[in-house]
Ligand binder design. Sequence first.
Ligand code: KIV
Length: 296
Amino acid sequence: MSAFFMGGTVLKVTVNTLKEMKSNGEKITMLTAYDYQFARILDAAGADTLLVGDSLGNVMLGYANTLPVTMDEMIHHTKAVARAAKRAFVIFDMPFMSYQVCVEDAVFNAGRAVKETGAECVKLEGGGPLAAEVTAAIVECGIPVCAHLGLTPQSVNAMGGFVVQGKALAKAKEILDHALMLQAAGACMVVLEAVPWKLAQILTEKLDIPTIGIGAGPHCDGQVLVVHDMFNMSGRVPPKFAKVFEDVEKIMTRGAKNYVKEVKAGTFPETSHSFAIDDAVIAKLKPASRKKAARK
Ligand code: KIV
């Protein structure tokens, strides 16, 4: 694992660490996180980067897709993640229409993302001349940019669904061109989502910046998973490219069912879960018994 401690303090992963990891052939690990406790656990487990993905929309907020997610929602959740990340590099996923309208809007929103949350990088979906111009303008302000090519969920309607991208020559070439263009514009890494693994391998070899794959095969410089998929707690069958590392939904369901059962049966809480009080105080609270009252 890349440098972790120095003199007892945890070293933050930076853009330089990620660059070094690529040149040393050390795989980069990225996981999504949306709140303080998950981020705390993933950071301590050694995830190099935490992505506050706009998958927040479907995973955490119950939207049908990522399109309704707002800057304010992203900021609220990223603040919590950034507070927990002692080592991991925190990436803020720019939501739909926060960077597509014009360069000024994109720079303004990227500035908010970093100033208001403590994130160290922003991620933008898509390629082409406007994406390159926006990337260059944000980088010029001193904000690292992570690109995202292949299946870009904010364009789900234009793509006609969540489908693998770059199988045909023209699209494969376009992804390659866009990746090189974004690298030239100053992007510090690129997420490749749902592209054939041989295409991802070529991209990884051609680019100087790290490639982070999700459904892009084993040859990328790093991997990212949506944490609720890897813990089987997304309420859906995990996509083909996601591996369930632990079935947390099963564990939580068992715990919740046991809680309901014990409360209904009166076996929880026990006195060990409760607080004591001095008997003298209780005696003063209790009404005089009926016998005593009758003698008077
Ligand atoms: O929003 C997200 O979680 C993402 C990852 C799937 C890369 O963009």
